[in-house]
Design a protein around this ligand. Structure first.
Ligand code: PLP
Length: 403
């Protein structure tokens, strides 16, 4: 007979999900109440307010979609794109490819703007595509490409989209909470994220936010949104502020307790402090990895602090290293995808997992495993380099060590 499932205690340092804060897990174990219970409705309003804080927006249409980041992506596309539209999709990794799929499934035509994996999106190429396609109504791109660790310049790309009368859809699944996502200041029209990365929550929820211009487009659609579940005209009736809540679907109540708690934690820390913490721990990890002779895929100025794509050194078995980390140290890191499969590791330092303890633990484990594989390195150099990086950032050392 099957028995209760008891997963091991892992340290999740891959591309997501990342470690969930015990506070979030504890919140999720609280009693389930009705999804139209007045106290639950109050909590939903708090979640919306705290998501506005996280996205740095006043957008009224800001809420968590009751499904993972992929559903946030679909929410953006099915609501903003109509059959016959032209959409410029920038691709520099896996997730731009998913955007293309979404556009096609909306009955629209994607125009692809391609950049090499590991490079940010080139604004000049976007500008050229918009000049060549004046009929385009929407631009879509990924701010933080999880498959490569490259960050694109959202502010500039959105500004170009607007200059050509397009709305901008931005994927912030890996970005939100780890690096600035300034929805209002940058004028983003539609943005979606995921609960399981830099927000330190469990997977399964997708925070989204839509500007007034995006809402206007949704309201003036000539075709019905093809997805009943993700049709924001209907979802708004459930999540709309002040409005009498109409049943749309049964909210994932306990999952929302978890998101609420993770957003309380983000506010307690302060989002700028969260960005700084991700940067500080990235710098220590970087120095440690480089002291082991490892190199990064992405140029320093475009590197995401929360997702470190590192080349596998010559003669080292990529998969064996990941297996040894998991089996001997209970640490998970990610493999490369697409053209980078077998050539890189993806090391996430996201949300709750972005702390000095994890940096030291991973560097120590990796050093032993790489040495076993015959990679030449100086024992102890990586941890010393990380220590020096933290010491250089001396005043914040204590906070980082305590995670
Ligand atoms: N977009 C990006 C950039 C991602 O990294 C991911 C997941 O890793 C997604 C979209 C899809 O999110 P989910 O796996 O939560 O559906």
């Amino acid at each position: 007979m099957p028995q209760s499932f008891h997963p091991p205690q892992r340290t999740l340092l891959g591309p997501g999900p990342s470690d969930v804060s015990p506070r979030v897990l504890e919140a999720m174990a609280r009693p389930t109440i009705g999804h139209l219970d007045p106290l639950f409705v109050e909590m939903m309003d708090e979640v919306k307010g705290m998501l506005q804080y996280a996205f740095r927006t006043q957008n009224a249409l800001t809420l968590p979609v009751s499904a993972p980041g992929s559903a946030g992506m679909e929410t953006a596309f099915v609501n903003l794109v109509e059959p016959g539209d032209t959409v410029i999709v920038c691709q520099n990794g896996v997730f731009g490819g998913r955007m293309k799929e979404n556009v096609e499934r909306c009955g629209a035509t994607p125009v692809m703007v391609e950049d090499d994996w590991g490079k940010p999106i080139d604004p000049d190429k976007l500008e050229d595509a918009l000049k060549a396609h004046p009929e385009a109504r929407t631009v879509a791109f990924v701010q933080a490409e999880t498959s490569t660790g490259a960050e694109s310049d959202t502010r500039t790309l959105v500004e170009i989209a607007h200059r050509h009368d397009c709305l901008a859809i931005v994927d912030a699944v890996t970005a939100l909470g780890g690096t600035p996502v300034e929805v209002d200041a940058w004028g983003i029209d539609a943005v979606y994220s995921g609960s399981q990365k830099c927000l330190s929550c469990t997977p399964g929820l997708s925070p989204v936010s839509f500007s007034d211009a995006a809402v206007e487009r949704i309201r003036s659609r000539t075709h019905k949104v093809q997805s009943w579940f993700l049709d924001l005209n209907l979802v708004m009736g459930y999540w709309g502020k002040g409005a009498k809540r109409a049943y749309h679907h049964t909210a994932p109540i306990n999952a929302l307790y978890g998101l609420h708690e993770s957003l309380v934690m983000l506010q307690e820390e302060g989002i700028e402090n969260a960005w700084a913490r991700h940067q500080r721990n990235h710098a220590a990890l970087r120095d440690g990895l480089e002291a082991m002779g490892l190199s990064f895929v992405v140029e320093p100025e475009h590197r995401l602090p929360q997702l470190n794509a590192v080349r596998v050194p010559e003669g080292v078995d990529e998969a064996a290293v990941r297996s040894a980390l998991l089996d001997d140290y209970s640490i998970e890191i990610g493999a490369g995808l697409g053209p980078l499969a077998g050539r890189i590791w993806r090391i996430g330092l996201m949300g709750h997992a972005s702390n000095a303890r994890n940096v030291y633990m991973l560097l120590g484990a990796l050093e032993n495993i790489l040495a076993d594989q015959g990679h030449a390195l100086e024992h102890g150099a990586a941890l010393s380099a990380a220590h020096r990086a933290y010491a250089a950032d001396d005043k914040d050392l204590k906070a980082a060590v305590n995670g």
